[in-house]
Write a protein that binds this ligand. Structure first.
Ligand code: ADP
Ligand code: MN
Length: 556
């Protein structure tokens, strides 16, 4: 399904480009190796974009005029006479090279034309062979001038748009086609072989300048355009091909990702769970999506009117737990994605957590996702018990966590990042966050580990903490490092908000943890933290209490 939509999209892109560069295509078809009709001449005048004319207008114009004169006088007066005056410096310019005899040039021109025809033929064969095949054969080795022909193919493929090989470099932008077509006059190759220094310089600079507008937006071309760098044609063209094929690749990846989100986050199993929740009256209706994150999708739901005490008994309380007596009117359902890719990088949060350590080794990936949801539930329950403002857990079913909704009328509370606060509210928010962190650390024995203005909501005049699936105990082998990172985020955010007397990240760390590490030097601060973590870990074989004790002792 995803691949077919990719094809549709890419052929649409091809069509687009076909339209916008239709002039240049006319040019290619009407180009005769041996000269041009008056009609073709006028068309090729049209094909020059304004930008092309404007850039280096004078230099190229002079050079071109000289070249034409040179060719007309010395070489092929009959055929060249009809040549349009819009040749660019790269075309026949090199004809002015003095050490090349007339006959040799003429022969090279003829050879070039024959090569071009031959290469065109090879390209056609290649396309025919590869037409509907997933495995593509390349005839590149049979070509006499690989680069030249492949670019010409690009032009043709733009118009045949039926070609499905979207990854092979077609689809360069129209202005680039114009350049290629101007080359398509039988002079290019000989031009390439006998290029004067001046021509290559001009052409190189122009290529560099084109980095600015000829490439996809996302493609980083660096600062080359600000310097006097000359890119030769071959490098420019292959860079360009690479840029566009990268762009298409990233589009495809992106599309796959979205496809996954829509189709797989709420897959059959998830849908069944949601249906059951509605059937049992726990949820009245499932509404819109609140957030699509990397690991989870959050959906708004209306709470059902069943009393929590009426819920059916639970066989395994750790898998399904209700912390409130009445199901709230508005609920948030967090559905952990059953695709694993994003979770791999987060393994460290769970596999070193003593609470899950032993189970982690035995579980299959799907169960590990369930564990993430379970971990968030446990952490939320702990926080709730300690009186930290956070969503209330309603129930957990496999990878689906139902909790109370922070917000009003389906409108989720703003993240601190987005909330518009008065300066007194900002100060209040800061104080609340610091207190929350302390409570979390000392009473819940947790370090949030992903604390920032994105995981703090502003609701009913106070701060609410969310997203605690990755939260760990302070005795986790990296717990203190996670805490320092949280502190850094918080200090930075409130500092930028302009809140007065914001503690530095190290001061906040000491304030939250009760440790008293010297704050003069960040590097020594961090190494002290790491040493503490190590000694706490060394004692962890004596049980978690011992390792917590180490931290507590250090705090006094
Ligand atoms: P993620 O791992 O995707 O960041 P979060 O738990 O942070 O998952 O949820 C993503 C977003 O969904 C939050 O930033 C918040 O806007 C919204 N959200 C999550 N839980 C709730 C909730 N209980 N009430 C209201 N909005 C919520
Ligand atoms: Mn989040």
């Amino acid at each position: 399904m995803s691949s077919s939509s990719t094809l549709v999209e890419s052929s649409a892109v091809l069509n687009d480009q076909a339209e916008s560069s239709s002039h240049s295509f006319d040019n290619t078809t009407s180009a005769s190796p041996w000269g041009k009709s008056a009609k073709a001449t006028s068309q090729s005048n049209q094909a020059v974009s304004f930008k092309d004319v404007m850039s280096e207008q004078l230099a190229s114009q002079l050079q071109v005029e000289e070249n034409i004169k040179f060719v007309q006088e010395d070489y092929q007066p009959d055929t060249i006479e009809t040549e349009p005056p819009d040749l660019t410096e790269g075309d026949i310019a090199s004809g002015s090279s003095e050490d090349t005899s007339n006959d040799a040039l003429l022969a090279q021109m003829l050879q070039a034309e024959m090569d071009k025809e031959y290469n065109k033929y090879i390209a056609k064969q290649e396309r025919q062979v590869n037409k509907n095949s997933k495995v593509k054969l390349s005839f590149t080795n049979y070509r006499t001038d690989e680069m030249f022909v492949s670019e010409e193919d690009d032009d043709e493929d733009l118009y045949s748009s039926s070609d499905e090989d979207i990854g092979s470099g077609q689809g360069a932008d129209p202005s680039q086609n114009i350049l290629e077509i101007k080359n398509d006059k039988g002079y290019v190759i000989f031009g390439k072989e006998v290029v004067t220094k001046h021509d290559s310089e001009l052409c190189g600079r122009r290529n560099t300048a084109r980095l600015e507008d000829g490439f996809p937006l996302q493609f980083r071309t660096g600062d080359a355009t600000g310097m006097d760098i000359q890119l030769n044609n071959k490098i420019y063209n292959s860079l360009k091909k690479h840029a566009f094929s990268e762009q298409r690749r990233s589009h495809r990846l992106h599309e796959d990702k979205e496809h996954y989100t829509a189709e797989h986050a709420v897959d059959e199993r998830t849908r069944l769970i949601l249906h059951r929740l509605v059937d049992r009256g726990i949820i009245a209706s499932v509404n819109g999506v609140i957030s699509i994150g990397k690991e989870a999708v959050v959906i708004h739901a209306d709470g059902g009117d069943i009393a929590a005490s009426d819920l059916p008994p639970v066989k395994n309380p750790s898998v399904r737990k209700v912390s409130c007596l009445q199901i709230p009117k508005e609920c948030a359902i967090k559905i952990y994605k059953t695709t694993l890719n994003e979770f791999r990088s987060r393994d460290k949060y769970i596999k070193d957590d003593y609470r899950f350590k032993d189970r982690f080794k035995k579980l299959n990936p799907r169960k590990i996702i369930h564990m993430w949801a379970e971990k968030e539930m446990h952490n939320l329950l702990r926080m709730h018990e300690c009186g930290i403002d956070c969503p209330e857990v309603i129930l957990l079913r496999k990878h689906v966590l139902v909790m109370s909704f922070i917000g009003h009328n389906q409108q989720p509370a703003p993240k601190l990042k987005q909330a518009i606060l008065s300066s007194s509210q900002k100060k209040l928010a800061y104080e609340q966050v610091v207190n929350m962190m302390k409570k979390l650390y000392h009473e819940c024995r947790l370090v949030h580990s992903d604390l920032s203005e994105f995981n703090l909501l502003w609701h009913d005049g106070k701060v609410w903490m969310i997203d605690v699936s990755q939260s760990v105990e302070p005795s986790h082998p990296h717990g203190l490092e996670f805490l320092l990172r949280d502190c850094t985020n918080i200090s930075k955010f409130f500092n930028n908000l302009g809140v007065p007397a914001v503690l530095s990240s190290m001061e906040l760390f000491n304030e939250v943890s009760g440790l008293n590490i010297a704050t003069e030097n960040e590097a020594t601060f961090l190494s002290t933290i790491e040493t503490l973590e190590k000694s706490s870990e060394e004692h962890s074989h004596q049980g978690r209490n011992k390792s917590s004790q180490i931290l507590e002792q250090s705090a006094h």
